[in-house]
Design a protein around this ligand. Structure first.
Ligand code: AMP
Length: 401
């Protein structure tokens, strides 16, 4: 990226590992249903790095967080099922220690042989993790000779396991982080044009900075989802009872003005699916235009909008998508998001670079049966947006030499 100093980062392939203890920060914050893993994508994404380390003779000590256990042990958030899943995927035993620091962890680390793998219990069972406590970071670092950062989804947080630990150990980025940076930096820094960004989801306030930054990069910006209504309201259009962030109306106006000055097209929904009440079996009407009748709530982009969003995707050479086009969790309001996902999958077949970031957009892709059809699905929603905003991610800054 142009305005950001390039960080000097070592890569996994720059180091040798034979007989060394390697602490690998992974992001195994997988969706769970009880003790069942609902989607193992985040585990699969790390296999290339783990297999390279195993082949290189490293002694692997993996650390991760899972959920929000509020700084104390909670069996609901144990990583034990993840160690079992990883063992299946790696086709080799994965040891598990029921703490990430202290005597239990030390004993388990000492038992790891070259080519062996150990997963330590959830980092967030200790409140010290999220406050980047120096003593906790030191205790984690004590487990290893080298550090590999592979948790792209956690890089925008300065925690003990992402930032603190790098003070004590030489380290490098793993293959997944390399791939994420390559795609996201390429999209922002030197995109193949035309470059279209599709931004949806609920909150303008969350995405304001990225929208502002995207205007310096994209040729076309398509806005859908709940946040579109604040933009429509900013233009004096009636949005009925749809989601409105009143305190963001001025910011939305400023974005529209900036796009006008820069001659970047911003396209807002031209029609909507609207309901009287948000419930899965609500009677749905299609608005005839941008305006929404006073008693209705917009829940998805309408068919005409779907048509021109799909046309824009087909005309682009690079497409970045973050955030659903409607309340996709309810099937009746998922058509717009599914249509964007399908259009991007189709475009990928024709050589368009398609990049998707954000947990909800990834859920849409999974629900639509389109896993594996994009050029790149980012494993970190927050981290990918911060990278696109041009921010330096604390987890990378800490690792840079
Ligand atoms: P975000 O975390 O900002 O990307 O927002 C994701 C959420 O936006 C999802 O849970 C969607 O249900 C929600 N969303 C999308 N469209 C709408 C809408 N029209 N009204 C309310 N919520 C929406």
């Amino acid at each position: 990226m142009t305005e950001k100093p390039a960080l000097k980062l070592k890569r996994l392939q720059d180091l040798t590992f034979k007989g060394k203890r390697v602490l690998v920060r992974v992001d195994y914050n997988v969706p769970m249903n009880g003790s069942k893993i609902e989607d193992n994508a985040r585990i699969r994404e790390t296999l290339k790095t783990l297999e390279a380390l195993i082949a290189g003779g490293a002694k692997l000590v993996l650390i991760s967080h899972l959920g929000r256990p509020k700084g104390k042990p909670d069996p609901k958030y144990t990583l034990k099922p993840v160690s079992e899943e990883l063992s299946k995927l790696l086709k080799k035993p994965v040891a598990f220690a029921c703490d990430c620091v202290g005597p239990e962890a030390d004993k388990a680390v000492a038992a790891v042989k070259s080519g062996g793998v150990l997963l330590l219990e959830n980092l967030r069972f200790h409140a010290e993790e999220e406050v980047n406590d120096p003593a906790f970071a030191k205790a984690l670092a004590k487990h290893a000779d080298l550090f590999i950062q592979e948790a792209f989804g956690a890089l925008h947080r300065a925690h003990a396991s992402t930032a603190g630990v790098t003070r004590h150990l030489p380290g490098a980025i793993g293959f997944l982080v390399q791939k994420e940076l390559e795609f996201l930096d390429r999209a922002m820094g030197n995109p193949v044009r035309p470059f279209t960004a599709i931004i949806g989801g609920a909150k303008v306030s969350d995405k304001l900075a990225v929208l502002d930054k995207l205007l310096e990069r994209v040729d076309v910006l398509l806005i859908g989802g709940g946040m579109a209504y604040t933009f429509l309201a900013a233009q004096g259009i009636n949005i009925g009872k749809s989601l409105l962030e009143k305190d963001q109306v001025e910011a939305a106006k400023a974005i529209i003005e900036k796009s006008y000055n820069k001659k970047i097209e911003i396209l807002l929904p031209a029609d909507h699916l609207a309901v009287r009440e948000i419930k899965p079996d609500a009677a749905v009407s299609v608005t005839q235009a941008m305006a929404i009748p006073s008693d209705l709530i917009g829940v998805d982009i309408g068919p005409h909008t779907v048509e021109f969003f799909v046309e824009h995707v087909a005309k682009s050479k690079t497409v970045f998508w973050n955030g659903p086009m409607g309340i996709f969790e309810m099937e009746a309001f998922s058509k717009g998001s599914f249509a964007v996902a399908k259009a991007m999958a189709e475009a990928t077949k024709h050589g368009v670079i398609t990049i998707v970031g954000g947990g909800d957009s990834l859920s849409v892709i999974a629900k639509a049966g389109l896993v594996g059809t994009m050029s790149h699905c980012s494993t970190g929603g927050g981290a990918s947006l911060e990278l696109l905003e041009g921010k330096i991610l604390p987890g990378l800054a800490a690792l840079a030499s």
